[in-house]
Structures are given as structure tokens and as C-alpha cells.
Design a protein around this ligand. Structure first.
Ligand code: HEC
Ligand code: HEC
Ligand code: HEC
Length: 284
């Protein structure tokens, strides 16, 4: 049996928007009793403010370097090594991993549709995007989403400029499976043969990225992302430059207005909060 495992694993990011339970199905699209917060609905996903970090309990795998796979002990057998937290950081069959917890997401426009790198595609850019999230500011269906970006290095054909599907598994040694024999060239040749795709015999490793919009682990409301995390120059949205964001973007007089607006709303929110506190004590 030959598994095009390299690609298949990475394909598993769901591309469609269906079957997703949306926050607003339970909470409505205006859950805050505060129109400034509610106004963000058009352009900022609930998750962006309410999931300020991910992997809050267990570490998550952020980086996977296949190129170091295949090292063996004196007897020619594979082995594994763990990091201080007990997560594998080296496996002969898979290479090096980097894990982390309490990770800040990266932010992308996302309209719910995704494009996947197909095994027959030629590599157009480095890093190779195994999937691409679509969306931009002008797209009325797109919002800013928190995203886990999984980076890695994987084997590709340097002449055909395609990612390689390896033969990974076989019941016995000597049948060309990478996980038994640790021979890249043979595993690449057999894997590509099985998939009916050309293999030039020349391979190297190339950087790749996979994007996972984050949907889980809403934080307690006290830990929601603060205004200033986005509305400042080097804030979390520093990489999204296709729109004007008050407080972040400085040029022209509109900035002045932007700052003023933020300031006023902050005062508004504080006043609103104080109002609630007062009301609370009044009603006791
Ligand atoms: C721009 C950031 C931002 C966005 C986007 C956002 N929220 Fe919030 N949310 C907050 C902040 C800040 C609070 C806490 C302050 C408050 O409750 O006044 C909060 C509080 C809440 C609460 C608790 C309210 C309460 O009074 O207990 C819920 C529920 C909630 N948000 C749901 C959502 C949902 C659902 C969405 C998407 C439709 C969403 N939020 C989008 C910032 C945001
Ligand atoms: C199946 C229904 C459902 C869905 C879907 C849902 N929530 Fe909730 N959520 C609730 C309920 C119920 C509560 C508790 C309400 C309460 O305590 O008053 C709650 C509480 C919250 C709170 C307040 C937490 C606190 O510290 O008091 C926030 C913030 C929140 N949800 C955000 C979200 C976001 C963001 C999403 C989408 C990722 C989401 N919820 C999806 C039902 C849901
Ligand atoms: C996740 C990042 C993020 C956070 C956190 C955030 N904002 Fe925003 N905010 C945005 C984006 C993106 C826009 C631009 C929306 C657009 O152009 O339509 C925006 C627009 C605004 C605007 C101008 C549009 C309007 O609603 O009038 C104001 C004011 C504002 N935010 C205030 C706040 C305040 C106050 C907070 C904290 C309570 C806050 N924002 C938290 C991302 C954020």
C-alpha cells in the first residue's frame, strides 16, 4: 500500500463553509449592547476578538521539517526524541517538529472559501501555499480571521517543480517505503509511480505553509482582545494593509479624526461601564 501521506495530511483543512456552527447562531450578530463593538461585525470575525491566543492547554505543532527525517541509530533503525514538555521534536519517520502553546494567531481576510494546492500543480511561489484563504477588504463577504499558520519543509522535484508524494509505508524493509528504509530517492520514485506522476530523480526540500482559521477555545470575556491590540501601528493587524484602520494608519488628516474617534469611543465604553456599575449599586 502506498499512501500519499505527505499531501493528504495537509489537505485536510476543510475548504467549505458548511457544517460550521457560527457564533451568531446563538449570540446574534449584535451581542454587545454597544454599537462600536457590534459595528465590527461586518469586517472582524467574532473569533478574532474572542480568541486572542490558541493552544491554551496543550502545545500545538507549528513547524514540521521533513528534510531532517531518515536519521537512524547504529542498527539502522528509526528513533524519536522528545522536547522538555514531552512532545516529539524528532522522529526518524517524519523529521523535526516545533511545538508551542499560548500562541498568538496571525490574521488574514477570509470569506469562507479556500483553494488547495493539488498534487498535479507546479510550484508557483515559495513558500508553497498548501491552501490559500480567499478574501480582502473590498470583498463584502470577507472578515478578518485569526489563523494558525503551520509552516514546514517538504520534499519536491527540483526539475518538474512539483511536490513529491512519497511511498511511506510497507509491511517489510526492502520494499522501498520511507518509514522502513529511510531512502528518499526510492520512496519518491515509487510514490510518484503509484500516483502516475513524473519524477525526475532530483529532489530537494521546500518551505510550505498551511492555513487553519481558528474556531475553538473562546476565552473568558475579560481576556478579549483589547482595542489597542489592533488600533495601533505595530498591532496585530499590521500585516493587513488593504484598508484604513483608525489609530494604526497615520497619513493625512483622517488619522486625526481616527484617533479622536477611538478616544471618544473609549470614553464612551468607560462611561458605559461606569453607568452599569452605578446602576448595579442603585438596584441593590
Ligand atoms: C472588536 C472586538 C470584538 C468583536 C469582533 C466581537 N466581540 Fe464580543 N466582546 C468584545 C469585548 C471587548 C467584550 C467584553 C466587553 C463587554 O461585554 O462590554 C465582548 C463581550 C462579548 C460577550 C459577553 C457579553 C456579556 O455582556 O456577557 C459575548 C457573548 C460576545 N462578546 C459575543 C460575540 C460574538 C458572538 C461576536 C461576533 C458576532 C463578537 N462577540 C464579536 C469584543 C468583540
Ligand atoms: C451553541 C450555542 C453557542 C455558540 C455556537 C457559541 N456560543 Fe458563546 N455562549 C453560549 C452560551 C449559552 C454562553 C453563556 C451565556 C452566559 O453565561 O450568559 C456563551 C458565552 C459566551 C461568552 C461569554 C464568556 C464569559 O466569559 O462570560 C463569549 C465571549 C462567547 N460566548 C463568545 C462566543 C463566540 C466568539 C462564539 C463563536 C466562536 C460562540 N460564543 C459560540 C452559546 C454559544
Ligand atoms: C481585532 C482587531 C480589532 C479590535 C480588537 C478592535 N477593533 Fe476597532 N476596528 C477594527 C477594524 C478592522 C476596523 C475597520 C472596519 C472597517 O473599516 O469597516 C475597526 C474600526 C473601528 C472604528 C471605526 C468604525 C466605526 O465603528 O465607527 C472604531 C471607532 C473602532 N474600531 C473602535 C474600536 C474600539 C473602541 C475597540 C475596543 C473596544 C476596538 N475597535 C477593537 C479592528 C479591531
Amino acid at each position: 500500500m502506498i499512501e500519499p501521506e505527505v499531501l493528504r495530511k495537509l489537505y485536510s483543512v476543510s475548504s467549505a463553509n458548511h457544517n460550521r456552527i457560527n457564533c451568531d447562531q446563538c449570540h446574534t450578530s449584535a451581542p454587545h449592547n454597544d454599537h462600536v463593538l457590534d459595528n465590527h461585525y461586518e469586517k472582524v470575525a467574532c473569533q478574532t476578538c474572542h480568541i486572542p491566543e490558541y493552544a491554551k492547554v496543550n502545545a500545538t505543532k507549528l513547524y514540521w521539517d521533513w528534510s531532517s527525517a531518515g536519521q537512524t541509530d547504529e542498527e539502522g533503525n528509526g528513533y524519536s526524541e522528545d522536547d522538555a514538555d514531552g512532545n516529539h521534536n524528532y522522529l526518524s519517520i517524519k523529521g523535526n517538529f516545533v511545538w508551542d502553546d499560548h500562541v498568538k494567531p496571525e490574521y488574514y481576510w477570509f470569506n469562507g472559501t479556500v483553494d488547495h494546492y493539488l498534487s498535479s500543480d507546479t510550484i508557483a511561489e515559495v513558500p508553497v501555499k498548501i491552501n490559500t484563504l480567499f478574501g480582502e477588504y473590498r470583498d463584502s463577504t470577507a472578515k478578518i480571521w485569526p489563523v494558525k499558520v503551520h509552516r514546514g519543509k517538504q520534499i519536491y522535484d527540483t526539475e518538474n517543480n512539483t511536490l513529491i508524494s512519497l511511498k511511506l509505508w510497507a509491511p517489510e524493509k526492502g520494499q522501498g517505503a520511507f518509514w522502513k528504509d529511510f531512502d528518499w530517492d526510492t520512496a519518491a520514485r515509487l510514490g510518484m509511480e503509484y500516483n502516475d506522476r513524473p519524477y525526475s530523480g532530483n529532489y530537494d526540500f521546500i518551505a510550505s505553509e498551511v492555513y487553519w482559521p481558528i474556531n475553538h477555545m473562546v476565552s473568558p470575556k475579560e481576556q478579549t482582545l483589547a482595542c489597542i491590540e489592533c488600533h495601533q501601528r505595530d498591532g496585530r493587524l499590521a500585516g493587513l494593509n488593504d484598508f484604513y484602520l483608525p489609530g494604526r494608519d497615520y497619513n493625512k488628516s483622517v488619522d486625526y479624526a481616527g484617533f479622536g474617534l477611538i478616544f471618544l469611543t473609549l470614553i464612551g465604553i468607560v462611561a458605559h461601564f461606569l453607568g452599569r456599575v452605578v446602576a448595579f449599586f442603585k438596584n441593590r
